[in-house]
Write a protein that binds this ligand. Structure first.
Ligand SMILES: [Fe+2]
Ligand SMILES: [Fe+2]
Length: 420
């Protein structure tokens, strides 16, 4: 065979660059322009280049022809000053190497390459959405692997909002703002903070548990849950800092009823039901509580930490609502599962105390701000108004999910007395 019979072909000169120092990149790039069977002349004078080239071609499925078998090489236009021709590489059929038999991790519609699919296979594993997945390899069995189970159309937007809205607890709160509270009012604040910390811990652990079960193909859900966990970590931090601001060693009471209520949230294995109970009903109710604390806080630090937490909480509620609206639109039967879940949780907690008396009393004192009878009366009325507001907003969210106003009212009434 002579050079004249080779077509198409080209020659590259890799000079003194060896394959052990990156020359393969130049060879691969030049080969990618050639069809299977096309020939690439490789010039170079790195030590042992012929040996290395031979091994590289073998492992990449290319044939190698030594120059003496090809004959004169003047046809490539080389001049006597160039590096010597080492060999001809004949592009093999498996020139795509790892891409042979590979698939795109995502939708196959050419107008939307790598789009989110309904049920990503286990074999895609952690591959980036839109990437080319080499055939073979281990399977990753994520329990939440269908779009219906986790998605919301608002997820990409909510993630961007969440990432942009992160705040630094050290800088966002004026921890040394001056205030002076009567000891009982400070105790009330500490009791409410103690209760909040425990509830925020549940709100951290529930999404954390599901985070590791979501197929990473649903990237934005994974990212949003991760940020939600980080949000709750900050809430735990700022409420702990406020609780211990004036009395470093002394926190309030954690009750059996509160813990029983939170345990039912942690025990819920279904993501859709958990996001309904936690985000729509629990965090939705907490929004009212945090706004209440922002409005009636007896000191500026409590006001600020409540306001910051409420901002994040609104996003958590929005994701819960978005996910349920998405799921219900695909399967309206989901609504009866939601109603059943509220009923089950109510029955499980029926014999428990619900909101502890200490928290209720603390909210009254905190809203009263002072210890005179008329102030206490005012605080008591404010807490009653808070409960009515919670009922109205919970029912409103349930109506938005397609429940009738009557169904919404009765479901709302079955929600845990612990608020979360
Ligand atoms: Fe929170
Ligand atoms: Fe939350």
């Amino acid at each position: 065979m002579t050079e004249t019979g080779i077509s198409p072909s080209r020659v590259i000169d890799i000079k003194s660059l060896g394959l052990e120092r990156g020359a393969h990149l130049l060879i691969k790039r030049a080969l990618s322009d050639l069809p299977v069977g096309g020939k690439l002349g490789v010039r170079g004078d790195a030590p042992d280049l012929a040996v290395h080239l031979s091994g590289w071609c073998r492992s990449h499925g290319h044939e190698l022809i030594w120059p003496e078998a090809v004959g004169p090489v003047r046809a490539d236009g080389s001049t006597p000053g160039e590096s010597p021709l080492v060999a001809w590489v004949v592009r093999g059929p498996a020139a795509n190497g790892r891409r042979h038999g590979a698939e795109t991790a995502g939708g196959t519609d050419p107008r939307r390459p790598g789009a989110v699919v309904e049920r990503p296979p286990a074999r895609w594993g952690l591959a980036a959405r839109g990437s080319t997945v080499e055939a073979g390899g281990p399977e990753f069995h994520f329990r939440l692997d269908s779009k219906t189970e986790v998605w919301a159309d608002s997820v990409p937007r909510l993630y961007l909002q969440a990432a942009a809205a992160q705040w630094n607890p050290a800088a966002a709160v004026e921890w040394d703002a001056p205030f002076d509270l009567p000891p009982e009012v400070e105790s009330a604040v500490v009791q409410v903070m103690t209760y909040l910390i425990e509830n925020e811990t549940a709100a951290l652990l529930v999404p954390a548990k599901f985070l590791a079960q979501v197929h990473p193909h649903f990237r934005e859900v994974m990212q949003l849950l991760a940020i939600q966990v980080a949000d709750e970590a900050r809430h735990v931090e700022v409420f702990t800092r406020r609780a211990t601001l004036r009395r470093p060693e002394e926190l309030g009471l954690s009750t059996v009823g509160g813990r029983q209520s939170l345990k039912t949230l942690l025990d819920e294995p279904d993501f859709t039901l958990a996001s309904f109970l936690l985000s729509v009903l629990g965090e939705g109710t907490f929004l009212n509580l945090l706004w209440f604390l922002e409005r009636h806080a007896p000191d500026p630090v409590t006001r600020q930490v409540a306001r910051l937490a409420a901002q994040d909480e609104a996003r958590h509620v929005a994701f819960g609502m978005g996910h349920l609206q998405y799921t219900i639109a695909l399967d309206p039967g989901t609504r009866s599962r939601l109603a059943a879940a509220v009923g089950r949780r109510h029955d499980a907690l029926e014999q428990t105390a619900g909101l502890n008396e200490e928290v209720f009393d603390a909210l009254v004192i905190l809203a009263a701000g002072r210890w005179e009878p008329e102030a206490i009366a005012g605080g008591f009325e404010k807490v009653q108004a808070l409960r009515r507001e919670m009922e109205i907003d919970r029912s409103y969210r349930l109506v938005k999910l397609g429940f009738t106003p009557d169904e919404a009212l009765s479901l709302s009434a079955l929600h845990t007395r612990n608020f979360m």
